[in-house]
Design a protein around this ligand. Structure first.
Ligand SMILES: Nc1nc2c(c(=O)[nH]1)N[C@H]1C(S)=C(S)[C@@H](COP(=O)(O)O)O[C@H]1N2
Ligand SMILES: [Mo]
Length: 197
């Protein structure tokens, strides 16, 4: 590796992170098992057209694949993870967020887990509502059947096992955020703890 490419590799890793080839599994409690046949995703809150989707209907509207580096606040990063699913722009075309929709809250099957992001974070072009990982339906342990992938923020914002997406006027702290982690969660600014917000 010449000096230039070494420098490039380094700048790809946010401050305080180290690279792993594994794919660690992290959640607050047990892995919930979701019945994919009867799964329903609800989009509600500040929307002109609140909607419910069955899993097979979500598969029909897939429009995007991303290859993303992911960064966990516990300091591991993994390069080039490949996810497929639905761009949030496409979802927004369907449910039509009102101008009052400023934040998006994800509510999950492991009861009590929530996380919220400002709506504009979901417009980033490397951000999707994911259904597949490396070409296969997302496994149970990695949050299947449905999870957002938001690589620009620490990975705790990429909620696993999402059942409801609630569009909010005001921000609302999530599970790890109430527990002392940053609500901003930008790995490049190393926003790890709520004391930094
Ligand atoms: N529903 C739910 N989503 C969650 C969590 C959780 O506890 N529950 N943990 C978060 C954290 S801290 C991380 S690092 C990633 C881990 O995702 P992975 O297990 O696919 O690596 O999921 C995030 N999403
Ligand atoms: Mo994490």
């Amino acid at each position: 590796m010449n000096q230039n490419s070494e420098k490039k590799e380094k700048s790809r890793l946010p401050p305080g992170q180290h690279l792993t080839d594994r794919f660690p599994v992290l959640q607050k409690g047990r892995i919930p098992i979701i019945d994919r046949e009867n799964y329903i995703l609800e989009l509600e809150g500040e929307l002109d057209k609140p909607m419910r989707f069955r899993l097979k209907d979500l598969y029909k509207i897939q429009d995007k694949e991303i290859i993303a580096d992911i960064h966990c606040v516990t300091s591991w990063s993994k390069y080039d993870t490949k996810w497929g699913g639905i761009s949030f722009n496409k979802l927004f075309d369907l449910v039509k967020p009102k101008s009052t929709a400023k934040y998006v809250e994800f509510l999950c099957a492991d009861k009590g887990f929530t996380t919220t992001v400002p709506i504009e974070k979901l417009h980033a072009k490397n951000t999707i509502l994911a259904l597949t990982y490396e070409g296969e339906p997302i496994s149970e342990k990695h949050g299947g059947p449905v999870r957002p992938i938001i690589p620009n923020l620490y990975f705790y914002k990429s909620a696993k096992w999402v059942l409801r997406i609630n569009f909010l006027k005001e921000d609302r702290l999530g599970y790890w955020e109430r527990g002392g982690y940053s609500n901003k969660a930008d790995p490049w600014k190393e926003q790890r703890y709520s004391s930094q917000d």
